[in-house]
Design a protein around this ligand. Structure first.
Ligand code: PGA
Ligand code: ZN
Length: 410
């Protein structure tokens, strides 16, 4: 059995030019695993706490290094429990969600190396130990965020993400190709209309003077130029409604409107009749549970009502969402909860409850990190969100999936 020899940590820059941490775990057989930590801009209230980078570097390379030296890295659940016990808080504010997650994931990567397995194979073995390793891989459908608003840009759009979603019946390579074609179509259309084609944090265009309807119209136009909208390609939005919820209502600044939960629901229902929307993430603030429940009851049979800030990849908040039927799909972001074990528990419980699984990046990513691509395969996720098919830190995840797809479809 290999043993953990050392854990080191350094600060590095992320895609927004903010400092984050990168942790390296070295085993006594020479295997290594490194993991950098992403960061969000529109965080859920109940996410694991990020501690300042300098403190995280110090905690990982001293206290955590000392505690885990000599431990068996292939005992992922034991390692994560040691970290949870050392932290001793419900929101990981003592050691930091960023410190803990970097170690948890780097340990898994070093173990995969030691066992000479691809990361997704090793993670799949941890997630479902009894699964036949030769079973066919399920590839997630890529969800392309091609117009950015909200806290991911400085334009006037209040909603955060407008997405093109290939039909789930298509193979991964075709789906990726469609995202690329629609993205380029959209760029040409925006330029023709004299709009700005600078991009936001997740690679989507972020022009000024759009409204929600206009953004959806542009995506429809770009998609219809090359594909059958509503058949080959669908649409979605991440409203990230918590980011513009104030005094019990929602402020749609670009239209100078303030809407209560019922009016928000009605607006979504109207949009559903006009556009082939199949996906709506965080349509309400996470504390507005009644609105979530009513809306999911009304449209859940024809729309994915996706909880992100609502459940923050945390089994505790998921249970509440399942019990109260608040959503029928969930986002999975390991850094919202802070360990691989809790991420697995969350996905397992969500799958048991019949929810769709969407593994997701954050708006602040690092250039070489592809962990979520492997995670999506390991748990059999239905979808993956890695932004538009541009910007190095976004495409590196799509490329990782494409490489694995090609290797399995020779
Ligand atoms: P964040 O946003 O990474 O900035 O929190 C992503 C999302 O809300 O899905
Ligand atoms: Zn979201």
């Amino acid at each position: 059995m290999p043993k953990i020899k050392s854990i080191t940590c350094q600060k590095i820059l992320n895609s927004r030019g903010d400092w984050t941490i990168e942790t390296k775990v070295t085993l006594d057989d020479g295997s290594e695993g490194s993991q950098a930590i992403p960061d969000g801009a529109s965080k859920g209230e109940n996410e694991a706490v990020y501690i300042p980078v300098e403190r995280a570097v110090d905690i990982v390379s001293t206290a955590i290094n000392d505690a885990l030296e000599g431990e068996d890295p292939t005992e992922q659940f034991v390692i994560d429990q040691i970290l949870l016990d050392m932290d001793g808080t419900t929101n990981k504010k003592h050691l930091g969600g960023n410190s803990i997650l970097s170690v948890s994931l780097a340990v898994a990567k070093a173990s995969a190396k030691s066992k000479k397995m691809e990361l997704y194979e090793y993670l799949a073995h941890l997630y479902t130990p009894k699964k036949d390793p030769s079973a066919k891989l399920k590839f997630p459908v890529p969800v392309f965020n091609i117009i950015n608003g909200g806290l991911h840009s400085h334009n006037s759009l209040s909603f955060q993400e407008f997405m093109a979603i290939p039909s789930p019946t298509l193979p991964f390579d075709k789906a990726l190709e469609m995202g690329v074609v629609v993205y380029h179509n959209l760029k040409e259309i925006l330029i023709k209309d004299g709009l700005d084609v600078d991009v936001g944090d997740e690679g989507g265009f972020a022009p000024n003077n759009l409204t929600v309807s206009k953004a959806l119209q542009y995506i429809s136009k770009a998609a219809s130029q090359s594909y059958k909208l509503g058949e080959q390609l669908f649409m979605g939005m991440d409203v990230a409604a918590g980011s513009f919820y104030m005094h019990n209502s929602y402020l749609i600044k670009e239209e100078k409107k303030t809407l209560d939960s019922n009016k928000m629901s009605q607006m979504y229902i109207d949009l559903l009749t006009t556009y082939p929307l199949i996906y709506l993430e965080d349509p309400f603030y996470e504390g507005d549970a009644e609105a979530w429940a009513k809306f999911t009851k009304a449209v859940g049979s024809r729309l994915m009502v996706v909880g992100d800030d609502l459940v923050v990849t945390n089994p505790k908040f998921l249970k509440n969402a399942v019990d109260r039927k608040l959503a029928n799909a969930v986002i999975v972001k390991p850094n919202q909860v802070g360990t691989l074990s809790e991420t697995f528990e969350f996905v397992r419980n969500a799958q048991k409850a019949g929810m769709k699984i969407i593994v997701s990046h954050r708006s602040g990513e690092t250039g070489e990190d592809t962990f979520i691509a492997d995670l999506s395969l390991a748990v059999g996720a239905d979808f993956i969100k890695s932004g538009a098919p541009v910007r190095g830190e976004r495409v590196v995840k799509y490329n990782r999936l494409l490489q694995i797809f090609n290797a399995h479809n020779k």
